[in-house]
Design a protein around this ligand. Structure first.
Ligand code: NDP
Length: 501
């Protein structure tokens, strides 16, 4: 199907909030539309929820947790619902991917991959639902037996961003559900469609009423969700600036917080690396999802002896990346998700130009009859103190720095406030292991870049986050520990002296 035919085939539908298992209009009666950032046409209509709707959603989640069946179901029963949700996501694959491409601006092929990866997360979480168990202690003395059990933490507020609208909610929600939590989910107002659809698929899969509540909206919804006293945890993915606010609000009430925030992720390219593979990974790393990616490889540190040749090859390769209509299957870089984000990218590129670095390519909006597009951009001669070297741009903008030895490379790599991911390209095992040990980041890639697996924990060092998603540890993110100590036989010891002694 051509891009135009695919756009025409899309039908604009309206989604209401989901509260207590029902699809309901916002209490205010308001709604909003999402306009495709690539095509300038409305592609979705959503109820505009506010703090009152948040309160109703949290009340439903609270009741479902405190007295509903979900937390009391067996792991097997919860696993069935999660697995079925994964199947339903796969059933809706084409429709979900098209809506995701239309709302986010990302290429349809990458949206399809994201839908597949999301389904896989639901299926993986289903396996964990049956593996949430604690420990037993039988070596504490003959009169005591103890067990340590995991219990669901309770009601979780989940606030998700626009760059991976189905994947990121699927990194959180199924894991919370697996252990028996209930949730209120707020997607970005830029990409509400995936969460609205997911909420309906969950009802079809058999999740109990009130277990998953979806509030679409903008402005004050997220804040109401993180400040509400009746939730037990907030899980947020987005900017470090908003992450700090979420943590402050949650901290004021001592509720648990899990944050997945920004990154300025370095790839170190040593002279002894497989340079062809590294080049491809650098281009992929920064232009995948138009750079709107917490794991974007937006900084590359190249060994000085090969810097000139590497930069030349980089530009040649980057010029071949197909940019265009997200619905065109040949496209690798689609639209920028919002005009605001486009303005952010332009501001950083202006700073890059003023800072004295060399603009090797791009550096401007991409001319197009409609939509928000930005040219793949490369700056060379970047110095570590420049804003384009240490701040998250969230766009298709690569900063190339150079280094003389591995110590310097690691020092530059670690010099930002972020620590989400980092990588090294080398054929020297000692360089690889040294970097893996000394780079301050939650994920280290050696001779590969930006792949992820449900089995592997994901999260950031420093201001890139708090806590971890995925992996078997994901159970611990949404549970609290209870210690149960049992007396074996009669309690014979007495603390109070016997009377008459
Ligand atoms: P933000 O990260 O700033 O987050 C916006 C979301 O946070 C909205 O859903 C908003 O809800 C909610 N929110 C705002 N204030 C609060 C609060 N006090 N408590 C709880 N939730 C709150 O996203 P932006 O779209 O503004 O993007 C800005 C930058 O963030 C990007 O340029 C990029 O650098 C980074 N980013 C990082 C992502 C990542 O994957 N790590 C993903 C997306 C963005 P409401 O509308 O109801 O206020």
């Amino acid at each position: 199907m051509t891009a135009e035919a695919s756009l025409s085939a899309h039908q604009l539908t309206h989604s209401d909030l989901i509260i207590n298992g029902e699809e309901v209009a916002a209490r205010s009666g308001d709604a909003f539309q999402r306009v495709s950032p690539a095509h300038d046409v409305p592609v979705g209509s959503y109820a505009r929820g506010d703090a009152d709707d948040v309160a109703a959603a949290i009340a439903a989640a609270r009741t479902a947790f405190d007295s509903g069946p979900w937390p009391r179901r067996s792991g097997q029963e919860r696993a069935r619902v999660l697995h079925r949700t994964g199947e339903l996501i796969r059933r809706e694959r084409e429709d979900l991917a098209r809506l995701e491409a239309l709302e986010s601006g990302k290429p349809i092929t990458q949206a399809l991959d994201e839908v597949d990866a999301a389904a896989d997360l639901w299926e993986y979480a289903a396996t964990l639902a049956r593996h949430s168990f604690g420990e037993a202690h039988n070596h504490l003395g003959t009169d005591v037996l103890a067990m340590v059990v995991n219990e669901p933490i309770g009601v979780v507020s989940i606030i998700t961003p626009w760059n991976f609208p189905l994947l990121i909610v699927s990194q959180k929600l199924p894991f919370a559900l697996a252990v028996g939590c209930t949730a209120v989910v707020k997607p970005s107002e830029l990409t509400p469609g995936m969460t609205a659809r997911l909420g309906r698929l969950l009802l079809e899969a058999g999740v109990d009423p009130g277990v998953v509540n979806v509030v679409t909206g903008q402005g004050g919804v997220g804040a109401a969700m993180s400040a509400h006293p009746d939730t037990d945890m907030v899980s947020f993915t987005g900017s470090t600036a908003v992450g700090r606010k979420v943590a402050a609000a949650a901290g004021a009430q001592l509720k648990r917080v899990e944050l997945e925030l920004g990154g300025k992720n370095p790839q170190i390219i040593c002279a002894d690396a497989d340079l062809d593979a590294a080049l491809d990974a650098v281009v992929f790393g920064v232009y995948f999802n138009a750079g709107e990616c917490c794991n974007s490889g937006s900084r590359v540190l190249v060994e000085a002896s090969i810097a000139a040749q590497f930069q030349e090859a980089l530009v040649e390769r980057a010029r071949r990346v197909p940019v265009g209509d997200p619905l065109d299957r040949a496209t690798k870089v689609g639209a920028i998700t919002s005009a605001e984000q486009l303005a952010t990218i332009e501001r950083y590129v202006a700073e890059g130009r003023q800072s004295g670095s060399d603009l090797l390519m791009g550096g401007a909006r991409r001319p197009s009859e409609r939509g928000c597009f930005y040219e793949p951009t490369i700056f060379a001669g970047v110095q570590p103190e420049m804003s384009i070297a240490n701040e998250e741009i969230f766009g298709p903008v690569l900063s190339v720095l150079s280094f003389d030895d591995l110590d310097e490379a690691i020092s530059i790599a670690n010099s930002t406030m972020y620590g989400l991911s980092a990588g090294i390209w080398t054929s020297n095992i000692n360089s690889a292991l040294t970097a893996a040990q000394r780079l301050q980041a939650g994920t280290i890639w050696v001779n590969r870049w930006m792949d992820g697996y449900p089995e592997l924990p994901f999260g950031g060092y420093k201001t890139s986050g708090e806590g971890r998603e995925l992996g078997s540890q994901a159970i611990g993110s949404f549970t609290q520990t209870k210690t149960i100590q049992l007396q074996v036989g009669p309690r014979t010891a007495r603390w109070v002296p016997e009377s008459g002694n």
